[in-house]
Design a protein around this ligand. Structure first.
Ligand SMILES: Nc1ncnc2c1ncn2[C@@H]1O[C@H](COP(=O)(O)OP(=O)(O)O)[C@@H](O)[C@H]1O
Ligand SMILES: [Mg+2]
Length: 305
């Protein structure tokens, strides 16, 4: 084994398998070895070690690169957290866990001067507060704080809507309600990728037909879209505030307030798929380059095995 070794777990679908190979090759050119497919689901923790296939990850790795959104289980998250107490991880457990929660993310962004949709979080017993809120806001969005892909988001258009929804929400045995003001926007967004504080790419997504959600999983489609300086600077600021080394920032334009609003920061933004590369999303090389640079830097001046 070389001087430096990292562990990696990257998604395989949508061209991810090829991306892994390119990253591993580039790292090798810099004398960094990669143990690939370290799925913590199959690791065991005992007596001060986290062991995968006979390898003590906490002792033998200089860094762990975790990049697999779809297959993340609670067990993996638990070990992710523990492993990050021993070695550096990309993204760090803390920043990744933060971006997995929409309320915590909005809270942190607002405290760092990044504009988000106005939001309210209230205890489940204070559901009546939502009545006052919708009067003030006119329309709002109910969001599960840990969701993705637009799943579970519910647009509430008026008080009658809310009255209908409340019995369902009450049945779900939630601990709290998280709602956002519905932003008047043109049903398109900007997805801006940042790696290591540097701008990688921007593309747009457009909601399909009557849907107000831009997510591809909700029928939205991807299109080429240029960023501007303001959008890039907002995205960088959002990544800095949440502490992610790699982040995909979702931004929409509020037509009423005439300003950009950050909806969320994604801790595992996908590389362009082969189909997306065909329509011109050609940022994979740059993204790989910046990730390899960052891994190289973060593992330098370490241990020196
Ligand atoms: N406050 C809002 N006002 C208007 N549209 C919203 C709002 N929040 C989310 N959306 C729409 O719903 C989509 C999904 O919301 P988002 O917060 O990014 O959650 P997810 O993790 O499910 O992608 C967004 O891309 C956007 O199109
Ligand atoms: Mg989103």
């Amino acid at each position: 084994m070389g001087n430096r070794t990292i562990g990696m777990w990257l998604y395989n679908n949508g061209g991810g398998d090829k991306i892994s190979k390119r990253i591993i090759k580039k790292l090798k050119e810099r004398d960094v070895e990669t143990l690939d497919n370290i799925n913590l689901r199959h690791a065991i923790a005992k007596n001060g070690n986290i062991i995968f296939d006979g390898v003590k990850l906490n002792k033998e790795l200089d860094l762990f690169f975790s990049y697999n959104a779809g297959e993340q289980t609670q067990y993996q998250m638990y070990l992710y957290q523990a492993l990050n107490r021993a070695i550096p991880m990309i993204n760090s457990y803390d920043s990744f866990a933060l971006t997995e929660d929409k309320f915590h993310t909005s809270f942190v962004l607002r405290n760092h001067g990044v504009q988000t949709a106005d939001y309210n979080l209230c205890h489940r017993d204070d559901g009546h507060e939502l009545k006052k809120i919708i009067k003030k806001w006119d329309k709002m969005v109910y969001k599960p704080t840990d969701g993705w892909g637009g799943v579970g988001l519910t647009k509430i258009e008026n008080e009658a809507n809310l009255d209908m929804l409340m019995p369902f929400l009450n049945q779900m045995d939630l601990r709290y309600f998280y709602v956002e003001k519905f932003i008047d926007y043109d049903n398109t967004d900007f997805r801006v990728d940042i790696v290591d504080g540097k701008f990688v790419s921007c593309y747009g997504r457009k909601a399909s037909g009557t849907d107000w959600r831009t997510n591809v999983t909700s029928g939205g489609s991807v299109f080429m879209r240029e960023a501007n300086d303001e959008i890039v600077s907002i995205a960088k600021k959002a990544c800095k505030a949440t502490g992610v080394d790699i982040g995909g920032v979702d931004i929409i334009y509020d037509r009423k307030k005439e300003e950009y609003v950050v909806l969320e920061v994604n801790g595992i933004p996908a590389f362009a798929t082969p189909e997306q590369e065909k329509i011109g999303l050609n940022f994979n090389n740059k993204k790989i380059e910046l990730i390899v640079d960052m891994i190289d830097r973060k593992t330098n001046n370490k241990k020196g095995k």
